[in-house]
Design a protein around this ligand. Structure first.
Ligand code: ADP
Ligand code: MG
Length: 290
């Protein structure tokens, strides 16, 4: 079993009227199964309302499956006595950094988590330093979070989670409220955590270009896993992605259109560099690879 395992997870939101009678049921997660290994970079992608956040809340025992089971590091999220341990194992970062930062000074904010866990003071400071360095925010440690940009604030929120030494970090649309620069900063920091620190990352997003570095991608639609595979496998299915109302990156679309017009390009081109290289190879008649 991996660090996170979900087996046939279904979750229903039940709406009740004032008397408590059931008015309606929304099946937000519908029979989802996945198994995530320690150290993997996983992306969960999907249009608004596809069930991503509802699923994410299961990884932290905020919600419990209506049917099915979730294990975090082998602990069943239904077991009340493990909730604290589960939340420490799978740290969560949410969309809005303003709701997550409470300290007046960056380093204090990052220290809150370990302090609440009862970590000895000297170790708290070590953790604060190492976490801020991991997201490239160490030089801002004495700053007031209010003065930071959105991307910087979000990196401080990530550091706050890292300082609790989770095995796995779950980020629910951490870039949704950021400008393009902030988004890049945050994605770069997340990639470094995975690459350098070996942290298991579960990135939930609706931006397709953020998933190209993932080891594996799950695409959700109407609560179900509609597609799964490597980024290249997923990006190879342009028509299906369009049906799922996902914005396929320009370069992938362009390559796809060129391919349709008869250029012998491979499926699932992810970056401009790749397309340029493929076109140069074609121009130079370097076709041995195919
Ligand atoms: P996503 O994060 O992919 O946008 P959500 O998990 O937020 O999707 O929502 C999935 C479905 O569940 C949607 O139909 C949404 O309207 C519904 N939903 C989400 N939160 C609640 C809630 N607290 N009560 C009732 N329905 C909800
Ligand atoms: Mg959401």
């Amino acid at each position: 079993m991996g660090i996170i395992k979900a087996e046939n997870v279904t979750f229903e939101y039940i709406r009740r009227d004032e008397e408590g009678n059931v008015e309606g049921i929304t099946t937000a997660v519908d029979n989802v199964s996945l198994d995530i290994e320690q150290g993997q970079f996983i992306a969960i992608l999907g249009h608004n309302g596809s069930g991503k956040s509802t699923f994410a809340k299961h990884l932290n025992a905020i919600l419990h499956p209506t049917e099915g089971t979730v294990w975090v590091n082998g602990m069943n999220t239904r077991h009340e006595e493990d909730v604290w341990d589960i939340r420490q194992t799978a740290g969560m970062v949410f969309q809005n950094p303003d709701n997550q930062i409470i300290g007046q000074i960056v380093e204090e904010d990052v220290g809150f988590g370990p302090e609440n866990m009862g970590v000895p003071t000297k170790e708290i400071w070590e953790r604060v330093e190492e976490s801020l360095k991991a997201v490239g925010m160490y030089e801002f440690r004495k700053h007031s979070p209010n003065k930071l940009s959105g991307g910087q604030k979000q990196r401080v929120s990530i550091a706050g989670v890292l300082a609790m030494h989770p095995k796995c970090i779950v980020l629910d649309e951490p870039t949704a409220m950021l400008d393009p620069n902030g988004r890049k900063e945050v994605i770069r920091a997340i990639r470094a955590l995975n690459d350098v620190e070996g942290m298991t990352v579960i990135l939930i997003t609706h931006y397709m270009e953020e998933i190209i570095y993932a080891d594996k991608v799950f695409i959700m639609d109407k609560g179900k896993v509609a597609m799964e595979g490597t980024p290249r496998e997923v990006f190879s299915q342009v028509e299906k992605l369009k049906k799922l109302r996902l914005d396929v990156p320009q370069v992938t679309l362009l390559a796809y259109e060129l391919q349709k017009k008869g250029l012998p390009l491979p499926d699932g081109i992810l970056t401009t560099e790749e397309l340029v290289q493929e076109l140069l190879d074609l121009k130079n008649g370097n076709l041995e690879r195919r």
